[in-house]
Design a protein around this ligand. Structure first.
Ligand code: ADP
Ligand code: ADP
Ligand code: ZN
Length: 217
């Protein structure tokens, strides 16, 4: 199963992708996580990506396309994958189509998480992430049992630099301008499934499970 998650920043893509990983045993490919890891390690890629991320802008297409191509050709992606945060521009989508075609594969479904903007801001501003295992929490909707500490691994929770309200507005603008057109791009191929992402995490998951069971059979 080769899947894409679409939806604005903070829609719940990462949260739901982790459930897909567990149930269907396919890897999550999150370009945002890959960049944050590179930034934390201080690699060349990290230095280059950070200036864009801090402004809420997109990292240049060539850079992102390169890392995804390398990731998708790894062995653990043979049985499928879930792309979270990629593609984000039409150029990235076209490059993805090209690389999959070369491999004799294609995208089976695009899960489009639909969430209104007011809700997005709340989700992002209260988002906290585990430094050690990447688990995602929300101080309002899914708080950790102990303040500042990850339930799963005891790691320290932090707020992403780009999760401050000013940057969130810019990321929303970038989403509408550059990423939203992908909904039409994939609709033309007839593979978009709209998911009501306003509901709580459990309910959204049930809807996603239904879609995935349908496309698997
Ligand atoms: P969210 O889903 O919360 O918006 P991500 O973790 O996916 O955030 O992305 C964080 C930042 O990383 C983006 O604002 C952008 O700067 C960069 N980034 C991640 N994925 C891409 C991509 N596919 N193309 C360009 N930039 C990206
Ligand atoms: P994305 O990967 O799309 O940026 P995340 O999965 O990181 O989004 O979720 C953004 C924030 O919203 C996190 O704090 C997460 O705990 C919370 N969240 C995710 N899904 C829901 C939901 N259905 N209802 C309420 N909060 C949610
Ligand atoms: Zn953790």
């Amino acid at each position: 199963m080769n899947l894409i998650f679409l939806g604005p920043p903070g829609a719940g893509k990462g949260t739901q992708a982790k459930r897909i990983v567990e149930k269907y045993k396919i890897p999550q490919i999150s370009t945002g996580d890959m960049f944050r890891e590179a930034v934390a390690k201080g690699t060349e890629l990290g230095k280059r990506a950070k200036e864009y991320m801090d402004r809420g802008e997109l990292v240049p297409d060539e850079v992102v396309i390169g890392i995804v191509k390398e990731r998708i050709s790894q062995k653990d992606c043979e049985r499928g994958f879930i792309l979270d945060g990629f593609p984000r521009t039409i150029r990235q989508a076209e490059a993805l189509d090209d690389m999959l075609e070369e491999m004799g594969r294609k995208i089976d479904a695009v899960l489009n998480l639909v969430v209104p903007e007011e809700e997005i801001i709340k989700r992002i501003v209260y988002r906290r992430v585990c430094k050690s295992c990447g688990a995602v929490y929300n101080l309002i909707y899914s708080p950790p049992k102990v303040d500042g500490t990850c339930d799963k691994c005891g790691g320290e929770l932090y707020q992403r630099d780009d999760d401050k309200e000013e940057t969130v507005r810019e990321r929303m603008r970038v989403y509408r301008e550059q990423t939203e057109p992908l909904i039409e791009y994939y609709s033309k191929k007839g593979i978009v499934f709209n998911i009501d992402g306003k509901k709580d995490i459990e309910e959204v998951w049930k809807e996603i499970e239904k879609v995935l069971e349908r496309i698997r059979s």
